[in-house]
Structures are given as structure tokens and as C-alpha cells.
Design a protein around this ligand. Sequence first.
Ligand SMILES: [Zn+2]
Length: 223
Amino acid sequence: MKKKQNRKPCPRCAKAELAYGRYPLELSGTTYGEFDGYGCPNCGIVFFTEDSSREIRKIIQHLPRRPLDPNELNLMLLYSSKESIRGAVSFMKETFLLFKEKLQQFDVLALSPHFISYHYGPYSFDLVESWYDLEELGLITIEGRRSTNKETFSLTRKGRLEAKRIYDSLPEDLKKELPGWRRGLDELGNDGILKDVYKKYPEYTDRSKIKDRVLPKGMHGRA
Ligand SMILES: [Zn+2]
């Protein structure tokens, strides 16, 4: 009898099966080659093969500086203002804009958080995983009801020290720009940021459940 094909459900989201293929190593919008691995078509996670991982490590070692990882993105964003970030949607979208716009503008390399189009626009399982990792590590506190506008993210004392170390290593111009930039986004609030992101990045809204509420009629489907 023929053996059944070995299908692996995604260990992270369990919503799809991992597919073998060539996946890009993407750092801040630039692709550094494609590598063999198993990827999830739903949440975007990729498990590179051992050989690929070895090649990728070599590439990263030879970069002028180590790329920022999702934990570091979250910490630097929180550090850029004395205020906490209110709302999971705001936090996610601010990190999205940080990655898509500010880091590229100032040539800061970061590992891609694998943004996918989800119910509230661009969404990254990597970043959400990082929120709860950072909380467990005692670097941030998360208060208020989960996944609501009231959910509040703040640095702990320990987190502030760790975030300062990352922040201090950023280019001077970026450090000067981030506080004002973040204040502007915080003031927009959840709905304002969503509107901004939906207008600028329609390619991340095709699975959105709230597009009709966020954008006026006639602005859909421009991707
Ligand atoms: Zn998945």
C-alpha cells in the first residue's frame, strides 16, 4: 500500500498545512535570496531546512549589523514615547508602519515579521508571539482586556533598560524622529491608524472584516 503523504499542520496557527518550497529571506524590504523550507500559507511562519538555516546564518553574520528581531521592534517602539500603547490594533499597526516606512527610510535592517492580510488589515503572528514572550520575560506589562482598545502595553523597568540599549544603537536621525512620529500615530488612535494603513496598503486588506467601516465606499479593491 502507498504511504500517505506526510502532511504537517502548522504548529503555530493550526489553520493550514505546511508547504515545502523556496522561501525568501527578507530584511526590511530587501530579499536576500530564496531558501528551502516549510511555510504556512495562513500565518506566514517558515521553518527553513537545516542547510538553509546554515546559509542564512552566514548571510546574517556578514551583514554590517545584526538585523532587529520582532522583540526588538516592539521594545524600540514602546521606548520611543513615555506613554503606553493603548490597543492591540494600534500596537500592531504602529509596528507595521515602523517596519515598512521608518526602518527602510533610515536603512535599519530588521527581520521580516511576516505581515499577512488579516481581519484588521496587516497582522503578524510573530509580533503577537513576541508580546507574550516579552511579558513572560518581565520586559513589558499587558493590561486590560485582551484584543480590545483597552489592552495596554507598557515597558517595565527592566524592559526600559533593555529597550534603551536597542534604541541607543539606532541612527541619530531616526532617534530624533521616532518620538514625534509615534505621538502622531498615538493621537490618531485605533480607527485613525487603521484608516491610514488601509489607504496606503490596500494589499493587506483583502481579508479584512471591517473594511466597510474603515474606508468610505468606492475606495475598496484598489490593490
Ligand atoms: Zn500557520
